[in-house]
Design a protein around this ligand. Structure first.
Ligand code: APR
Length: 244
């Protein structure tokens, strides 16, 4: 059982907060068996992101990109939310205002019961047509490779690729939540991809507290009010027990 050292003033703030946000990255889904992007066996150690996660890569070979996304859909479809996802969903039911700001496209937060989820980088279970703006929700890995829209165009995964902007509505919603939150928990992100990585800075600049949960130090560690190092699936339940 993880015993956490949490300063009294931070505990008080966590217990009295009316509005809390949590920014999550791939690390929150790692214990569900979904690989992260960076680090020892990260996705980008094995695959070339330029071929698989850029508009140019998709234009060059949509079939290759869809084969890869279908593999990830199959892998994610087999995964289950872990204790970190479940605790985040419990926290949402406790606090008067709670926002989940996720970089993940795996849909795990909603499957764990979170409701107010802002998907900053899209969702692997959605595809879209950039010609007639059809959007299709998938409940299973895509069948046809590449999938065609009824207008005849090739549909693309509805995710944010390198070099693309985050969706405007989600960006505004996440920025507002980060600015208004008294506390932001940052769980399982290397904090190297912007603008998502800037969200905790908005909280801090508005006088809020930043609490980081990660296996190791990141760029956020230098300004976090508290960094808790270890597995999110162990730290989040322990943190939650300290707050309730
Ligand atoms: N518990 C806590 N933290 C963990 C765990 C775990 N079990 N496993 C890994 N981590 C941490 C790692 O230490 C790392 O800091 O999670 C982080 C994962 O970092 P990345 O793999 O870079 O994932 P992420 O930060 O979400 O990447 C951001 O980059 O490739 C793009 O669009 C993609 O949304 C993604 C973005």
């Amino acid at each position: 059982m993880q015993r956490l050292e949490i300063p009294e003033r931070i505990l008080r703030r966590l217990r009295s907060a009316k509005q809390v946000s949590v920014l999550t990255g791939a690390g929150v889904s790692a214990e569900s068996g979904i690989p992260t992007f960076r680090g020892a066996d990260g996705i980008w150690e094995k695959y070339d992101y330029r071929k698989l996660a850029t508009p140019q890569g998709f234009e060059d070979d949509p079939r290759l990109v869809w084969e890869w996304y279908r593999l990830r859909q199959i892998e994610i479809g087999k995964a289950r939310p872990n204790r970190a996802h479940e605790v985040i969903a419990e926290m949402e039911r406790h606090y008067p205002s709670f926002s989940v700001l996720t970089q993940n496209i795996d849909g795990m937060h909603r499957r764990a019961g979170s409701r107010n989820v802002v998907e900053l980088h899209g969702n692997i279970w959605r595809m879209r047509c950039d010609r007639d703006h059809t959007v299709i929700d998938l409940d299973a890995p895509v069948k046809d490779i590449p999938p065609l829209c009824q207008c005849g165009s090739i549909m693309r995964p509805d995710v944010v690729w390198f070099g693309e902007q985050m969706p405007l509505r989600e960006t505004e919603e996440a920025s507002r939540a980060a600015r208004e939150s008294e506390v932001i928990l940052v769980v399982g992100t290397s904090a190297v991809v912007y603008p998502a990585a800037a969200l905790p800075i908005l909280t801090r600049n508005s006088g809020g507290s930043v609490i980081e949960i990660n296996l190791e130090p990141t760029d956020i560690t230098s300004y976090a009010d508290l960094s808790l190092f270890g597995l999110a699936g162990e730290i989040m339940p322990a943190l939650w027990r300290s707050i309730r």
